[in-house]
Design a protein around this ligand. Structure first.
Ligand SMILES: [Zn+2]
Length: 417
């Protein structure tokens, strides 16, 4: 049991602030309630949290653990001219170079950095064509060993030939036989009909959804119209992907009104990744007409959901009519999604040390969130009734050895490219 003494708890929907002594019950998957000091059970760890705030931990709707070792790598001699070249010259080289060890260390790093950012659950989309078998389970274990949840999938694609796409389908099936996860697909323009058919079979058999990049760049739509004389959402609908409640479509930047309407009617989810879109210069997300099922993700750039939400707000007010409340709702939709698979993440809490220059009240909480909150203010993360991070130090994992190993493997990878 953990007692957070004198903490201010901010309710995630209406932002009511309740101050008192919060008991976190490790025997009830981390469920929490306010108690009086006389009621403290024996064997309770008491932490004085005067001046601190607690709120529900974040969830990341779209991440790429496999991008970890790419940070800072030497750029290609000729800079990519467009999105397709960014994929060909950078990402499709990196993923081919990844070994089982590199996958694992990338997952440990991503789990640690997620925790530091107050994130207790990550929806990951993985690719390592030279090291497919067993990759998902190893990576999920890294997330769990760090103390958080990962919802994994392997990015199936025909871009490296049929042998690799068959191996990816097999990895997906093997993983889903023992674990919860999704059927990962790269994007319409690297997937053939037969592969989509197989993916659909697996998703339905295991009662899950797909996780795919959708119209991230206009080239994805152009390819679909040229080869199949239809829009991507229409193509994907034919395989039943839109009917699956767990399906996730990342990006969705270049959609017609009709496609938006189809997505709005479906129970599936869209993930907005604002910083990645700005970085790749592929366009601006506009959620108008897409309905309510929009989450937020980071697309492998980092694990900072506060930053992702702030960028979504600052770009959103320029490119779609959106307000703070709507962006915050997208952020919390990532929690809503993951709680269906991992209900205990509902109780995951982050504790922040935020020096507010003005009072925080329910009516102005979002101003504090968008203009004042930073990841460095996050001090503790609690999940399943245990500290995953305490005083900014990860409890179960030696961070320093993960960083050293990751730096070593990054250099190995860069040499290979
Ligand atoms: Zn992505």
């Amino acid at each position: 049991m953990i007692l957070l003494k004198n903490i201010s708890l901010i309710h995630q929907n209406h932002f009511d602030i309740e101050k008192g002594h919060l008991l976190i019950d490790s025997t009830k998957a981390g469920a929490y309630r306010f108690i009086e000091l006389e009621e403290i059970p024996t064997y309770t760890e008491v932490l004085d949290c005067e001046g601190m705030i607690a709120m529900k931990a974040f969830a990341n709707g779209h991440h790429h653990t496999y991008s970890t070792l790419a940070r800072g790598m030497p750029l290609p001699k000729q800079a990519p001219k467009n999105f397709l070249e960014i994929l060909e010259k950078i990402w499709w080289k990196i993923d081919k170079g990844l070994t089982a060890e590199m996958n694992e260390i990338s997952a440990y790093y991503t789990a640690i950095s997620s925790v530091k950012n107050g994130v207790a659950s990550v929806i990951d989309h993985h690719s390592s064509p030279s090291s497919i078998a067993g990759s998902l389970e190893k990576m999920q274990t890294a997330f769990n060993n760090t103390g958080i949840e990962g919802l994994m999938c392997y990015e199936i694609s025909d871009r490296n030939g049929q042998k690799i796409s068959q191996q990816s389908l097999k990895e997906t099936r093997n993983f889903l036989e023992k674990n919860m996860g999704l059927v990962g697909l790269h994007a319409s323009f690297t997937l053939e009909n037969n592969t989509l058919k197989e993916a659909s079979k697996i998703a339905k058999e295991f009662n899950t959804g797909i996780h795919i990049h959708l119209a991230e760049d206009i080239a994805d739509q152009a390819d679909c119209e040229y080869l199949y004389q239809k829009r991507i959402v229409e193509r994907l609908e034919e395989y039943g992907f839109l009917e699956l409640q767990k399906s996730i479509f990342a990006h969705g930047l270049h959609l017609s009104d009709k496609e938006k309407e189809m997505l709005k009617k479906s129970p599936a989810w869209i993930v907005q990744n604002p910083e990645s879109n700005l970085n790749n210069q592929v366009g601006y997300f506009n959620g108008q007409g897409l309905g309510d099922n929009i989450m937020l993700g980071t697309d492998g750039m980092h694990s900072n959901m506060i930053r992702s939400a702030q960028t979504a707000y600052f770009t959103g007010i320029n490119f779609e009519p959106i307000n703070m409340f709507q962006v915050y709702h997208r952020l919390r939709n990532s929690n809503k999604y993951i709680e269906k698979t991992y209900p205990n993440t509902k109780n995951a809490l982050l504790v922040m040390e935020y020096d507010n220059p003005t009072p925080i009240i329910p009516e102005n909480f979002l101003s504090h969130f968008f203009f004042g909150f930073e990841n460095s203010q996050i001090k503790h993360l609690i999940h399943q009734g245990r500290f995953v991070m305490r005083d900014r130090k990860i409890s179960q994992i030696d961070e320093e050895s993960v960083l050293l190993e990751s730096q070593k493997l990054a250099q190995q990878l860069w040499k290979r490219l």
